[in-house]
Write a protein that binds this ligand. Structure first.
Ligand code: ZN
Length: 96
């Protein structure tokens, strides 16, 4: 867990809020799944949430991942065609 310190030295948790690409709600990272585009241009499911690159997030909710697959929101976010497999992985991770 990353921490930062305020001027008086108190340790505080860094607030890591991200927006879901489907419902546009801002949630804590732990409630979201991350897909990342690396510097080499590969787009993959980031199970750790720590891979470097540009990330996009979707809620860990059956509603959001099903709409995600239907609308292919990640295609727009990353401006490229995302494989069906990747959408399946995201959906299965939530629905498992
Ligand atoms: Zn959502």
């Amino acid at each position: 867990m990353s921490k930062s310190r305020t001027a008086n030295g108190t340790a505080i948790k860094q607030i890591e809020m991200r927006r879901c690409v489907v419902c546009r709600q801002v949630r804590h990272k732990s409630e979201l799944l991350r897909v990342v585009k690396t510097s080499s241009g590969d787009i993959s499911f980031d199970a750790t949430g720590k891979a470097s690159g540009r990330g996009a997030y979707v809620c860990k909710s059956p509603e959001c991942v099903q709409i995600l697959q239907k609308r292919r929101n990640f295609d727009k976010v990353f401006k490229s065609r995302i494989s069906d497999e990747l959408y399946d992985i995201v959906k299965e991770t939530v629905l498992m």
